[in-house]
Design a protein around this ligand. Structure first.
Ligand code: DGJ
Length: 729
């Protein structure tokens, strides 16, 4: 899949469907040439014009046509005449920021090497991928940059990261480090990004790329609900079904920066990596620094085609472990019904009722630990509250299991309250500057995970509870962003390393817990989808998608989330009405239709359901169990965008192609009562499908090319779930 053509001085990464090509020019520089649909050879037909242009400096004095400012570069530096965004900036021991890394050679490896201490896509067998390592070096410092590129046999994705290896003499200060840089030709692209906020994550924004730069970033200590570390470029006329799309996503959960920069002579530069605002790294002589990874997907089948690649790669080669391919349990979570006022009696009665309804797992959310009566105290003290649980958590978990459901539990391990035994005994374990009182958020402070002692404490504290309870599920929350970046553990010269060291500490804690409790299902959460990112999925194969459980908002948020992440990664719950975030009332059926499109759960006091509602919930759960394999492990196609119109829709197709589930949502009733038809995707056009509700038969071609209309209902917030079975023979 990877070859170097010595005559053309060109690297080709090609799996028969996509080609990534770059070349060596003047023996020193890497020219970014092509990333797109498979081509047999790059002959330079679309090469940009090179001639003597104003203000362009010439590294080769004999060739005034050649300037780094006009060259599409593979991994551009600073201070060498390319005045666009650099991929790296290093400060040398003399305080200057002038380095010149030039091409030295390459190596091709079978498979894909792991990234030490970092989440990354992986292979199970070497034949699944090949990796190219290109070596650049700087003479005066003796430092090297290794550019890693992996191409997969089965996924149309290239994964990139870089490694900096310092020379033996002096320290090198890394100020800026991008995991990837890509110069695409032409200037006619749309840019799609996903920004948002708490309660409104993953809002899709689309605009043309114009003659300037767009910078996306997070300096919050988390990938954040405000921005998603993702850039999608499309042909202007690309849509869900057709057109060329390039999607780039960072496999990292902390601060990041992404740059989309239109060049003065055409061409667009895309970069993603560490956020220079909060990143710095003091690389000692001979030391190495490994960047997180970026996944770059190309699709010529529109946004759905791109998402299919991300979904396949992330569900199979980013998520890991026991739960990767298993059916995820239907859960009941205590939070929205009881918040902090939870106790043994409530838990047991909820668990009994849950079992009767067919729910499989009871999750004890916040409020279970000593003194946790509100959000002002107790974070960090992971021992059960003896007033709420007089016999302890072990007895509670046992009682829950005896009621007929499994037991799961909530933690927010990265945080601590002032009012806690942990803070009182380790005031130096928090992130802060000694010169100021630390700024609170939700009355809590952030633990300094750059300090190995803090990480050890967290592993042991969580492990003790898991051992005591035999919990099969953990919800791992994170409810504030990081201010006052300062560490009592790190020396002055390394304070700028804190943001990244925090993430490395967190990843090490999660890895140790994964190893120690391989059968525990971890679900990430950061006040909802505030850290719904590819980095977290490596340790936790599902994420709580949003604190907003309103069915209308949820279809919008899940639609946006699905650009990158498959439904099996999305926690989605039916909650009470009026919804606690929006005050909106939707039917139980519509709340279910939204929640059943991910990992179904209920988050309400199910003891107060009327007998009719209980029967409806039982039927929902039976339906979900029948469709669970299709929803969780089938293919997912977006059909109608509820973020941009009054109607939403998507469909699932099971792995064996036999079951199709189509979900349609209408936000407001339409007085004119127009019919909305969605055109299904992913079906076999030659097959016949039987509609479950009435046995009607339709060709796959008809469902895909003519579509499926919705029922006439005079009501706001309606939904329709239609199941088809492929007719054999
Ligand atoms: C924020 C989460 O998103 C909620 O689901 C809940 O777990 C609360 N934290 C608990 O404090």
């Amino acid at each position: 899949m990877i070859r170097f053509d010595a005559q053309e001085q060109a690297f080709y990464l090609d799996n028969g469907r996509i080609t990534y090509c770059f070349g060596v020019v003047k023996e020193e520089y890497l020219e970014c040439r092509y990333f797109g649909r498979h081509i047999r050879r790059w002959g330079g037909s679309a090469r940009p014009w090179y001639y003597d242009r104003g203000f362009c400096s010439n590294p080769d004095p004999q060739d005034k046509r050649f300037s780094l400012d006009t060259l599409p570069q593979e991994y551009p530096g600073m201070n060498q005449g390319d005045f666009r965004s650099p991929a790296y900036v290093f400060q040398t021991v003399d305080g200057r920021r002038v380095t010149r890394f030039t091409y030295q050679g390459y190596e091709i490896l079978p498979g894909k090497p792991a990234l030490p201490g970092l989440p990354a896509t992986y292979v199970e067998q070497d034949q699944e991928a090949e990796t190219l390592v290109v070596r650049l070096a700087d003479g005066p410092t003796g430092a090297q940059i290794l550019l890693y590129y992996t191409i997969f046999r089965d996924y149309d994705a290239i994964c990139r990261h870089v490694e900096v290896v310092n020379g033996e003499a002096d320290s090198l200060w890394l100020e800026r480090l991008m995991a990837m840089s890509l110069d695409v030709p032409g200037n006619c692209y749309d840019l799609i990004t996903m920004s948002g906020s708490h309660l409104q994550e993953k809002v899709i924004h689309r605009r043309p790329v114009t003659a300037d730069s767009v910078v996306l970033d997070s300096s919050r200590g988390a990938s954040s609900p405000q921005q998603t570390p993702c850039v999608i470029l499309t042909q202007p006329d690309a849509n869900e079904e057709q057109g060329q799309v390039w999607g780039i996503n960072y496999v990292y959960s902390g601060d990041f920066q992404a740059v989309v920069q239109a060049g003065q002579y055409g061409g667009v530069r895309v970069q993603m990596g560490m956020n220079p605002m909060t990143f710095g790294w003091n690389l000692g002589p001979g030391e190495r620094f490994v960047s997180p990874e970026c996944v770059m997907v190309y699709s010529n089948r529109g946004l759905n085609g791109m998402s299919q690649v991300f979904h396949g790669l992330y569900s199979q080669r980013l998520c890991r472990g026991y739960w990767r391919d298993r059916l995820r349990p239907i859960l009941l979570n205590s939070w929205e019904a009881f918040a902090f006022s939870i106790d043994q009696e409530k838990c047991c009665s909820l668990a009994r009722q849950a079992a009767q309804l067919g729910i499989e797992l009871f999750v004890l959310d916040d409020g279970w630990f000593k003194n946790r009566v509100d959000d002002r105290r107790a974070l960090g003290d992971w021992v059960s509250d003896e007033h709420k649980f007089p016999q302890g958590l072990g007895a509670l978990a046992q009682a829950v299991r005896e009621a007929g459901v499994d037991f799961g539990i909530w933690f927010e391990p990265e945080m601590v309250s002032y009012d806690s035994d942990l803070y009182r005994s380790h005031p130096d374990w928090i992130i802060r500057s000694p010169a100021y009182d630390p700024i609170l958020s939700r009355t809590q402070l952030v633990l300094d995970l750059s300090n190995p002692a803090v990480c050890d404490y967290l592993v042991e504290a969580v492990a003790k509870v898991l051992e005591e309870t035999g919990a099969i599920y953990v919800k791992w929350d994170m409810n504030r962003h990081i201010t006052d970046l300062g560490s009592a553990w790190l020396p002055a010269g390394q304070q700028r390393e804190l943001s990244h060291r925090y993430m490395l500490g967190l990843y090490s804690v999660l890895e140790r817990l994964n190893q120690r409790f391989p059968q525990v299902l971890f679900e990430g959460c950061s006040s909802g989808g505030g850290r719904f990112d590819a980095g977290m999925l490596y340790y936790m194969p599902q994420t709580w998608t949003s604190d907003n459980t309103d069915a209308v908002c949820r279809t919008q948020i899940q639609y946006g989330t699905s650009l990158l992440f498959p439904p099996v990664t999305m926690g989605a719950h039916v909650s009470a009405i009026p919804n606690h975030q929006t005050g909106r009332c939707t039917t139980l059926a519509t709340r279910f239709a939204a929640a059943m499109s991910g990992n179904l759960g209920y988050e309400m006091d199910i003891r107060t359901l009327t007998p009719e509602e209980q029967e409806e919930v039982k039927a929902q759960i039976r339906t979900y169990k029948a469709l669970r394999e299709t929803v969780q492990h089938g293919a997912f196609y977006r059909l109608l965008n509820p973020q941009s119109g009054n109607d939403g829709g998507w469909n699932f197709v099971s792995r064996d192609g036999k079951t199709v589930v189509c979900c349609q949502y209408r936000i407001l009733a339409d007085p004119v009562r127009r019919t909305t038809a969605v055109k299904l995707q992913g079906l076999d056009p030659d097959a016949v499908y039987r509609r479950q509700e009435d046995g009607a038969l339709f060709g796959g071609d008809e469902l895909m090319y003519a579509g499926l209309s919705d029922h006439p209902v005079r009501q706001d917030f309606v939904s329709q779930v239609t199941v088809f079975e492929k007719v054999e023979g």
